[in-house]
Write a protein that binds this ligand. Sequence first.
Ligand SMILES: [Zn+2]
Ligand SMILES: [Zn+2]
Length: 334
Amino acid sequence: MKLEMTDMPVPEIGPNDVLVRVRACGICGSDVHGMDGSTGRRIPPIVMGHEGSGEVAATGTSVREFREGDRVTFDSTIYCGRCYYCGRGDWNLCDNREVLGVSPGEYRRHGAFAEYVAVPSHIVYKLPDSFRFEHAAVIEAVSVAVHAVRITPVQLGDTAVVVGSGMIGLLAIQALRSAGCATVIAIDVDDLKLKIARGLGATHALNGGGAGVSEAVRDLTRGRGADVAIECVGAPDPIRTAIGSVRKGGAVTLVGNISPSADLPLQAVVSRQIRLQGSCASNGEFPICIDLISRGAIQVEPLISAVAPLTEGPAWFDRLYRHEPNLMKVVLQP
Ligand SMILES: [Zn+2]
Ligand SMILES: [Zn+2]
């Protein structure tokens, strides 16, 4: 598959849509991996990009909440509002869920690596005046971490372990501190990431994997283990580390999913009564994230590796695809 810059017509908007003049859009790992066709979710031709922000350029006839010139960002998930799950408020589990900038075959939703994008108004959120567009391009990632923490049973003073200190892990560390965790232990195999983790609120940083790391967590927690763990890698070893790091009755929230399946230390989970829970995308947490970032409770600036013009997009995709070290979020500006 080939990534190229091309002229597209300005998208048409329906009565409930908002036309956004895009000012910034983040490159997501799913875009980079989707580009080679391996995921089957970027069937061309498709304008990718679901981590966008910008100004309202036009509004559909039924839209009352937004006006031309409003500074906005938008969720990546378009939910139907009518299915069983939407009725329960589980919008992230919507049966008719569509994602901006994605084309898995059943639908094609052009995204925000463009001058303009059309977005349904029910997933658009206003940004405070001082909120930078580049920072808004990271909100989708923030929302994934915030959702994972929100569905994890965390109490004031708890100890949490975060396995994997990449983008989502570093955001989860900050969200856990905001949620009241007194101790947050970052785990990774990369010292540089662990250093960033310490700078963003992790109280401890452990390099390594396997039983040794779980032992070290136990040493830090009077031999018990952490109350909760958030797993942000999604491979057999890190999952085992997460399960091995929590106390009896603890909870593990699984966010990472690089591997389609993983072995489970079944008897440890059952006999220690550990709760395992998956966390999918986010569920309406955008306003919470805008607030957390505005207050400085979650910092996104250290996670932005580069801000570049959209025309340099293909080169940045290439660098990300080749796993150039120390690259986290790259934000493009049309
Ligand atoms: Zn994304
Ligand atoms: Zn639905």
